[in-house]
Design a protein around this ligand. Structure first.
Ligand SMILES: [Zn+2]
Length: 418
């Protein structure tokens, strides 16, 4: 397959034609040799995005999402690589499941899928999973995400064991003994009568993991950080040389707990939406380098699990199809960060941490590329999403950065413009 993408605005730096042959970026060749020539009309071309925190729900919860719908949604978001969390049914705690996920994703061909194995068998937090065997089968990290690794003693074991295998450990930061509520604890939760979760629930776990990482001199990665206190501790730890990295999600820099006043569970996730102070702190942490990655924590649920009483609804929102546009609109368009920094957050840094070797656009690199319209506003429409989930708080948002085209390994995986 030979493809020419004409008039690409490459990273807002130069306009040129991109040549793709046999799945790689290639030298110029005559148009007559191309199977397809697509004029992308000056739209922004970037390396394919990487999302290191996605719930694809397969195996076992295909009524919420499956590898096909999830990877199609990823391609529509401009992603060419996603890491899937192991809290499926059964749990991804052995090599056979890892292999089956990779095989299924490869057969479908919409997006590269890098499984994350569970740290503990069955996510029970007691016995280590088959981490070495899972690494041989293709995992890129371990996590018990959905749940925290709850005891410090077990976390130490996980960090030490994974260091031997050179496998990053990703922890979902929540102290369960504090987190019985359904939204952020504060004036809003009090006024609408919903039991709150204090930001201390997240902060206590962040503090513990930083203490362990510093004591053991081993790396730790903190998932979906949302609080002002958490960001401050991570910034301090990094300044001391502690090997800590962290991610945040678009909802933590665009929405506050005030959104919960309408009792819609499309604003219910874990950690919960914080206050304006938290949002401001997250944006500052993105600006100053404290945050290493923007991820979605894409968490599709069935309507029956979300369109119910707020306290009973499941946690999580979908994010693959809105992540780039929200990040571009709220961070780059506003002048808070540069496009290059956004590319670090959404491609190069996750690739580096997980050793994926992605993000190159030189001749000979795998042709993973996304094209976005950053000049024209569009209205985000939840009914056009390719994920099975409809649980997004961003329906009707006016955004910049609609995906026009995604190419993964030289194959077109999503196409809006023709
Ligand atoms: Zn989580």
């Amino acid at each position: 397959m030979k493809l020419i993408l004409k008039n690409c605005n490459v990273l807002n730096k130069e306009t040129k034609d991109i040549y793709i042959s046999d799945g790689k970026f290639s030298k110029e060749f005559p148009e007559s040799e191309a199977d397809r020539v697509i004029d992308v009309k000056g739209n922004l071309a970037t390396p394919g995005l990487i999302d290191m925190h996605v719930h694809l729900r397969e195996p076992g919860q295909e009524y919420k999402e499956d590898i096909e719908s999830g990877t199609k949604a990823a391609a529509r978001g401009g992603f060419t690589g996603v890491c899937c969390m192991p809290n499926t049914t059964p749990v991804v705690d052995n090599a056979a499941i890892v292999r089956s996920i990779i095989k299924r994703a490869n057969e479908l061909g919409y997006c590269r899928v890098y499984p994350i194995g569970s740290a503990s068998k069955g996510l029970q937090g007691e016995e280590l999973s088959e981490i070495g065997l899972m690494k041989e089968a293709g995992i890129v990290a371990v996590s018990d995400d959905g749940k925290p690794i709850s005891t410090a003693g077990f976390m130490r074991k996980v960090l030490e064991y994974c260091a031997d295998f050179d496998v990053p450990v990703l922890n979902h930061c929540e102290d369960k003994s504090l987190s019985g509520g359904a939204m952020n604890e504060g004036p809003v939760s009090t006024s609408i009568g919903i039991r709150g979760i204090p930001s201390a629930s997240e902060d206590v776990m962040i503090a513990r993991d930083i203490i362990l990482a510093e004591y053991l001199n081993l790396p730790v990665h903190l998932c979906h950080v949302s609080t002002k206190g958490g960001m401050r501790m991570i910034m301090d730890a990094k300044a001391r040389g502690v090997k800590v990295t962290c991610e945040t999600c678009p909802h933590y820099f665009t929405l506050t707990d005030k959104e919960c006043v309408n009792y819609s569970a499309d604003y219910k996730m874990h950690p919960p939406l914080g206050t304006q102070e938290d949002v401001d702190a997250v944006i500052e942490a993105i600006e100053d380098g404290t945050v290493d990655m923007i991820v979605t924590d894409h968490a599709p649920h069935h309507q029956d699990e979300k369109v119910i009483e707020f306290s009973l609804a499941l946690n999580g929102i979908v994010g693959l199809e809105s992540s780039f546009a929200l990040s571009y609109t709220y961070l780059v368009k506003t002048g808070r960060i540069t496009l290059d920094r956004l590319m670090d957050l959404m491609c190069h840094n996750p690739s580096k941490l997980l050793k994926l070797g992605r993000g190159g656009m030189e001749i000979g690199d795998d042709a993973d590329i996304a094209v976005f319209d950053i000049d024209n506003e569009f209205v985000f429409d939840k009914n056009k999403m390719l994920t099975k989930g409809r649980n997004t708080p961003f329906d009707g948002f006016k955004l910049y950065g609609e995906t026009m085209l995604t190419v993964m390994g030289g194959n077109i995986t999503y196409e809006k413009l023709c």
